[in-house]
Design a protein around this ligand. Structure first.
Ligand code: FAD
Length: 479
């Protein structure tokens, strides 16, 4: 029997390869495409360390609004529109399900065949998520092919029974009128932009076939060395399955191509790997109570943390990007708020990785905030762009401006300690201390639940051996 269907857009903000939308349209007389603006996620939080809500920075909120506007415009072309409501989604949904006489509610989680297949695979592995990339890839197999169905028209919207539906609000209308931010991220939100960006990447078949991380230049910002599709994947403006399929098509017509983990398909598999690990690991986003996380006595120094968060460590490369110094949970929180592609599983997974808390265990390998950036960008273009205060510093001092003689600092119009901070720590001794404490933590094998005071324990030989074996099993991945 034909019924009214409600398509609840949450993450999959797109028309293409959208199984939930496909189910919602099938056999439905009326279709109510809904997005609920959740005040918990969107309302301004004046106490947050940067403009935005309690959960998201302004750039990400703006990206979401752009994605909604694009979705609304695509729906309009198909004779429908996005019905925007505001409130606690649980309450709003419960009311409209009844009031609009909805017979079928569709949203992406339950109906997404890829998720179901993935979850079933996890169960096949005796309910344990695979914890190495290689074992994940071996278990995951091929994803199902994306839906190729295109719509010429959608079922009409039914009677709204007096409900006031909103237009997509502007950032000012969301309550951010007093925020002085004129420019947002250069990456515009939305499915149209996502598909265009994807097309640009895959049109360059040679680039796709030869893509190899970490060979690209991480300091390239005008013409990035990667696809910049992660925010579109995060909001579901782009289907990861469709992306994967397009890449496989390119490979099919290429003489040779790179392979996971370094290839572009390999990058997408990292995404799925972290999703799977996160899905099957209780307390994935914490150190305590997280069985796969090393228990490390991270320093808890609010001043150092704020210097890092606000880009005033005195190390230009760090200040221009941000690398980790303190407890990974704190760095994760900063990224969770500020990244436009912020994604729970991937952000936590990468922080666990880079802090050598899980997945990757070569803690003695510490990136240098001086030589790492210099290798890719010897003249410091990236630093000069994002830290204009250093723009006149000669090349030889750009990564270590505190070593420049005063006469050079004066000539460059940048006095260290006044115009740009001195280093907050001496990297050489701080990294030695970090390595020492991590060595102790690795050797002490505490239980996840323990309230730790690791530095008092003695290293145990067997665990060191186990760590070394793990480390050699894991392949280095540079992000
Ligand atoms: C500390 C830290 C936190 C991170 N937090 C996030 C996050 O919140 N959300 C997020 O999407 N990515 C996160 N990443 C991973 C990675 O940095 C971004 O996915 C990548 O920069 C996106 O650029 P791209 O789309 O051009 O990637 P490409 O190199 O073009 O790769 C294509 C896609 O593969 C996936 N991918 C690539 N690298 C990774 C990776 N290391 N882990 C998982 N998936 C990957 C992404 O979906 C990406 O869009 C984090 C990395 C680090 C080091």
């Amino acid at each position: 029997m034909e019924s009214n269907a409600l398509m609840w857009f949450r993450k999959g903000l797109r028309i293409h390869d959208n199984p939930a939308l496909d189910h919602a349209c099938r056999g439905s007389k009326r279709l109510f495409p809904v997005f609920v603006l959740d005040p918990r996620y969107l309302d301004p939080d004046p106490s947050a360390f940067s403009p935005g809500s309690a959960f998201a920075g302004l750039n990400r909120i703006q990206f979401l609004l752009e994605s909604l506007a694009d979705l609304d415009s695509s729906l309009k072309k198909l004779g429908s529109r996005l019905l925007v409501l505001k409130g606690d989604p649980v309450h709003v949904l419960c009311r409209i399900l009844k009031d609009w006489d909805i017979g079928k509610l569709c949203f992406e989680f339950d109906t997404e065949p890829y998720s179901l297949a993935r979850d079933n695979k996890v169960k096949v592995n005796r309910g344990k998520p695979p914890l190495t990339y290689q074992s994940f890839v071996a278990l995951a197999g091929e994803p199902p092919t994306p839906l190729t169905h295109t719509y010429s028209v959608l079922p009409p919207i039914g009677d709204l029974r007096g409900y006031e539906v909103l237009n997509i609000p502007t950032i000012q209308e969301l309550g951010y009128g007093d925020v002085k931010q004129e420019k947002f991220s250069p990456f515009r939100g939305g499915e149209s932009e996502a598909l265009e960006r994807l097309k640009k990447s895959i049109d360059d078949k040679e680039w796709v076939a030869n893509f190899e991380k970490p060979k690209g230049d991480p300091s390239a910002f005008l013409k990035p060395a990667t696809t910049i599709l992660s925010p579109y994947l995060k909001f579901g403006c782009l289907s990861s399955r469709y992306f994967y399929h397009c890449l496989i098509e390119v490979y099919r017509t290429s003489k040779k191509h790179t392979s996971p983990p370094v290839s572009l398909v390999g990058q997408l598999l990292w995404r799925e790997f972290f999703y799977t690990a996160a899905f099957g690991t209780p307390n994935f986003d914490k150190m305590r109570g997280n069985k796969i996380c090393k228990q490390i006595p991270w320093r808890d120094d609010e001043e150092l943390f704020a210097a890092w968060r606000e880009g005033r460590t005195g190390y230009p490369w760090i200040d221009a990007i941000m690398i980790q110094f303190l407890h990974w949970e704190k760095g994760r929180d900063v990224f969770e708020r500020l990244l436009i592609d912020s994604d729970w599983a991937i952000n936590n997974g990468n922080w666990l990785w880079l802090s050598c808390s899980s997945f990757f265990y070569q803690y003695h390998r510490i990136y240098s905030p001086i030589s790492f950036g210099r290798k890719y960008d010897p003249t410091g273009k990236y630093i000069r762009h994002f830290l204009p205060v250093l723009k006149n510093m000669p090349n030889e001092y750009i990564y270590e401006p505190w070593t420049a003689p005063l006469s050079i600092q004066k000539k460059a119009n940048c006095i260290i300690g006044i115009d740009y901070p001195r280093p907050v720590v001496d990297h050489s001794s701080a990294s030695k201390e970090c390595r020492r404490l991590m060595g102790v933590a690795y050797g002490s094998k505490p239980s996840a639940e323990e309230n730790l005071n690791i530095s008092r324990r003695k290293p145990e030989g067997d665990d060191q051996k186990e760590h070394q074996q793990n480390a050699s099993k894991q392949r280095r991945k540079l992000i």
